[in-house]
Design a binder for this molecule. Structure first.
Ligand code: SAH
Length: 570
């Protein structure tokens, strides 16, 4: 919940805009500002104060505890010009909130956290528990001093300007699930690589399960902060001791059907669980079900009262999973790049793409991002490279213009990818949509895109699809319409459409949509000169109901335009 506090009429007006824009996310604290701030500080995850920073500093100072748990506080000035991230920039989310508030109110976000202002990911914002000297290592990164990466686990870290381990750097970022003390000048990051398989008799106390898991990890020299999950058999999904132990460890309880566990090869099967739940192994099999290496074979809890053990535990280390984001950059204009695409570009430590698309977003990349760019025609190789890098455990962004799934990199990449990496798709504004918005509303009824490139598709297939679209009276957007070496395809396709549509059918020709030198023309099937079309262009041909209205191309949502009264009404 975001607490909103204001003292003046202007502040209250801005406050109400936030409250209206974010229904259910905010709570207004009325009354004297001091009491309101204190109440909101105690009850909310975040505060937006429409008050001077000085006033807020005085009010929150006695309330501040620790940056890991304090709420994030944003101040907005009386004129609504600035949204200042005051405290809790990272963990409290104030930096992100300042940006959001700024966007909504038209205020400039003011973010002073050093790592954010130079575009570095903060070591405490990586989504991994961090131990050790975070402040000193962050400072070294900011000062451009060499910081080494010592990674025992492959993990898709965001970009950080780190040097190899043996380069004698005074500072280190260490990525390990082993129980090591951080040295001076060292930050230890805990990747969630460990899975503890657990078995429990009915009524096993949570204390016993928890104690067993914690002892097992510690005795094996492993950090509980790297624990990703407890795993068990489906029949034990509701076993209170397991549920509570998982909750107290802060990890999910993952369950597997007994048949699945029975099929997992384990070193220590036994008859007891076979009789009880239908698999010869619960702890070892559940730990191993997601793959990985068995670090600690099954062991039982030790009970002080000498009674039989009620819990078993085994520990597996999973291989790190890389992350492949397939990111659409939109048609060209920076403000048509989605915030989500931008976040993924900042999140990736490896960027793979066509050189001209990399140029489009190079300034957004964080220091330390490895850029693998290649020229036109190397699609398959780019796809393979992106997948191979993700498989090595990296966070990879594979970029494409428009939407990366439309005549672009998503399909060759996913054809290469197996289940061993995570894939995230970020949609983009396609050329057809960008062109449609410039032309008017040409896509108001059923429509298709057809690429006229016969590089990967035989012309007969393309022509058959154009014919089908013509017969079905679909609005058609032609991609890759014409290049120097491919000049007869567009006239041919237009001829097919002309067989079913009037010569006066509106045709939109949009070149470089949303780019600085963009042009938009509205013509007709009969008047279009194919020579004015090139590879930077999309051509949208209307259906039999599409009309030019006030210089705009409009395809009605129904076919009522053909109705006489509607014709007259126009
Ligand atoms: N993935 C892209 C399409 C790539 S195919 C998308 O979703 O839009 C390349 C073709 O897209 C070009 O030949 C051209 O026909 C079209 N195109 C891409 N960007 C364009 C733009 N800004 N303006 C007009 N056409 C564009």
């Amino acid at each position: 919940m975001i607490g909103l506090i204001s003292a003046t009429a202007a502040g209250a007006a801005a406050r109400d805009r936030l409250a209206a824009a974010w229904p259910g996310r905010t709570r207004v604290y009325a009354g004297p500002a001091g009491e309101a701030v204190r109440a909101a500080f105690a009850e909310c995850e975040q505060l937006v104060c429409f008050l001077a920073t000085g006033a807020v500093v005085r009010l929150v100072a006695p309330l501040l505890g620790d940056k890991a748990s304090d709420p994030g506080v944003v101040c907005v000035d009386e004129g609504g010009r600035f949204a200042v991230s005051l405290v809790g920039g990272h963990a409290g989310g104030a930096n992100a909130l300042a940006r959001e508030v700024g966007e909504l109110l038209g205020a400039a976000p003011v973010v002073t956290t050093a790592t954010d202002s130079v575009g570095l990911a903060g070591l405490d914002t990586l989504g991994l528990p961090a131990e050790g000297d975070v402040a000193a290592v962050s400072r070294a990164l900011l000062d451009g001093e060499p910081v080494a990466l010592d990674a025992e686990a492959a993990w898709p870290l965001p970009p950080l300007p780190l040097v190899p381990r043996d380069s004698g750097a005074a500072y280190t970022v260490r990525l390990t699930d082993r129980l090591v003390e951080s040295a001076d000048g060292e930050v230890v990051l805990r990747p969630p690589t460990l899975v503890a398989g657990v078995g429990a008799s009915r009524g096993a106390p949570a204390e016993e399960v928890l104690g067993l898991v914690e002892d097992t990890l510690r005795e094996a020299g492993l950090s509980a902060r790297s624990l990703a999950a407890l795993a068990t058999v489906e029949a034990k999904a509701g076993e209170p001791g397991l549920v509570e132990a998982a909750a107290r460890l802060g990890v999910p309880l993952v369950t597997h059907p007994a048949e699945e566990l029975a099929g997992v090869a384990v070193p220590n099967p036994s008859d007891a669980p076979l009789a009880a739940v239908g698999t010869p192994s619960v702890a070892e099999a559940a730990a191993l079900a997601g793959g990985g290496e068995l670090l600690v074979p099954k062991r039982k809890s030790r009970r002080a009262d000498g009674q039989p053990a009620m819990a078993t535990c085994a520990v597996v280390r999973r291989p790190g999973r890389g992350r492949l984001a397939v990111v659409g950059l939109g048609p060209g204009a920076r403000d048509l790049l989605t915030p989500r695409a931008r976040a993924e570009l900042e999140r990736a430590s490896v960027l793979v793409g066509l050189d001209q698309y990399v140029d489009q977003i190079r300034d957004l990349l964080r220091p330390g991002t490895r850029i693998l760019e290649s020229g036109l025609g190397a699609e398959e190789e780019r796809a393979r490279t992106a997948v191979a890098e993700a498989r090595r455990g990296h966070a990879v962004a594979l970029i494409g213009s428009g939407d990366a799934g439309v005549y672009a990199m998503a399909s060759p990449a996913l054809a290469e990818a197996a289940g061993d990496i995570d894939v995230v798709g970020v949609p983009g504004v396609t050329a057809a949509l960008a062109a449609g918005a410039l032309l008017g509303a040409p896509l108001g009824h059923d429509h298709v895109s057809i690429s006229l490139s016969d590089l990967h598709t035989p012309w007969e297939v393309i022509e058959r699809r154009v014919r089908a679209a013509a017969e079905a009276d679909l609005v058609v957007t032609f991609y890759n319409p014409r290049s120097r070496g491919r000049d007869w395809q567009l006239p041919k396709a237009l001829a097919v459409l002309s067989g079913h549509r009037a010569p006066t059918t509106p045709v939109g020709v949009v070149r470089n949509a949303s780019r600085p030198d963009g042009t938009t023309r509205l013509t007709t099937l009969a008047a279009l000169d194919p020579a004015t079309v090139d590879m930077m262009t999309v051509v949208t041909v209307g259906n039999t109901a599409t009309r030019e209205i006030a210089g705009r191309m409009v395809t009605p949502r129904g076919y009522r335009w053909q109705d006489g009264r509607q014709e007259e009404a126009r």
